[in-house]
Each structure stands twice: as C-alpha cells, then as structure tokens.
Design a protein. Structure first.
Length: 248
C-alpha cells in the first residue's frame, strides 16, 4: 500500500523581540489643572468658600471663633494669612515649599510619612536588565502598602482690625485636589503640578492689593474638630471646610 507523503517538519517561529520602549513620564491624573486655566495674568489668590455663594451666611471675624461659646461651624472673613506651616512639623513660615505640605497617610493604621517615603512606596522601578518599567508592591515604614497622598498643614490667620489683632490656626487636609485645585499625587510626582501649588502658596501670602474696606476679602468656612458645643481650640481645633484657593 502507498504511504501518504510525509509533511515537512514545521519550523517553529521564533518570537519577535519587542523593541525596548522608553520609560514614559508620569502623566497627571487630572488635566493641568483648573488653576492654570484660571490664572491668566492674575497675581492675587483668595480663599473662596462655596457656601458664601448660595447662602446668605453671616460673616464672622476671628474673635467669634475664640469665644468659649463659639459655634462649631463659622464663616470667617476680614483676615489675612500670616503664614503656613506643614503638618509634619514644619514651623510657621512665609516661604513654605509645596514639598513641606506633601505627605502620605497609611490607610491601615493612619500613620503619616513624608513625601519621600511615599515616592519610595509608589512601586515604580527601573529594571536595568530589561530596561522596562516594572511595578512592585512596596511598603511604608509602618509595614503597610495602601496609602493616600495629602497636601496637609495649617493656615495662620490674623484679623485685619488694627487692635487687637486676634489670631487663629486652622488646619487643612486636601486628599482630592479640592482645596489647591491640584491632585496631591500629581503634586508629588509631576514637577509642573508641584509648581502650581508653589505659585498658589506664594501668592496667598502676599498682601491683597485689591481688597477694599467693605470687602471681607478671604472667605473661609471652618468646622471645629470633634463634637459638642462651645470652646474653639486655637491650636488647630478648627479645620477648613468647603473652601478652595482661587486666582482673582
């Protein structure tokens, strides 16, 4: 009987080597940003409260927050920003760097660490053998790996009245970009986003040349940390609520 013709052995195809792709630069999560669009030729930054636009709320001076019977929620005006301090121990200064406000907060234990520790834990490394960007799970010093970026610190406010010059310290914690208009993760990993935060801080601490005597200037909603009525804490007991920095 005739045997069927044998098929020639199939040659195994060698996998094509992919050309090495250069590492992509970090791309911000959100467009760069509302602040860049708002600024234009503007040089003044104000604290703007969203509540003051829709509600006819009474605007209080700082002294109202210092009274023992102070309300737990207040809309403050007629003040200047004396300085800003970072949440991780940076003292009061008028030349604060955006880097001093950046930190990471562990989602498991709540511990806070510097931005440098957060960058180490982002998990992006360069594999020198393959020249490709790899990702590995890195840990914070606390041993956990899930964390969020923050721009966090304190605003040191002083009343515009010449005498007496009442003062108040108000904390802020921006995890979503609502306060600065810049995502904190972008500010940590993207130089242009960090520069936007730096420009805002610099302009915030400059005297407001556009303010008038009848104008309350900055508008800031504050909420006392904790529950119960009465007794504002001037050492950081009030926190920013529903307020953002805007060019004007």
């Amino acid at each position: 009987p005739q045997q069927p013709p044998q098929q020639p052995p199939q040659q195994q195809q060698q996998p094509q080597q992919q050309p090495h792709q250069p590492l992509r630069q970090y791309e911000p999560r959100r467009p760069r940003t509302r602040q860049a669009n708002q600024r234009g030729e503007k040089h003044t930054v104000r604290l703007v409260c969203e509540y003051s636009r829709s509600l006819q709320e009474e605007v209080y001076r700082i002294r109202a927050a210092l009274k023992p019977e102070a309300l737990s929620c207040l809309l403050l005006g007629h003040f200047s920003v004396l300085g800003v301090s970072g949440a991780l121990g940076t003292g009061l200064t008028t030349e604060l760097r955006a880097e001093d406000l950046l930190c990471v907060a562990c989602r498991s234990c709540g511990s806070c660490f510097s931005a440098e520790e957060g960058r180490k834990a982002c998990g992006h490394e360069l594999d020198q053998d393959s020249m490709r960007s790899t990702r590995r799970r890195c840990e914070l010093p606390c041993g956990h790996f899930a964390f969020s970026w923050r721009l966090e610190g304190f605003l040191h406010l002083v009343d515009d009245a010449p005498e007496p010059a009442d003062r108040l310290i108000v904390g802020f914690r921006d995890e979503t970009g609502d306060f600065f208009g810049v995502d904190p993760r972008d500010a940590a990993l993207d130089p242009e986003s960090k520069q936007e935060v730096q420009d805002l801080l610099k302009a915030l601490l400059q005297p407001d040349q556009t303010a008038r005597s009848s104008d309350p200037g900055h508008m800031l909603a504050v909420v006392r940390h904790g529950s119960g009525a009465g007794g504002g804490d001037v050492d950081g007991g009030f926190f920013v609520e529903g307020t953002s920095l805007q060019w004007c």
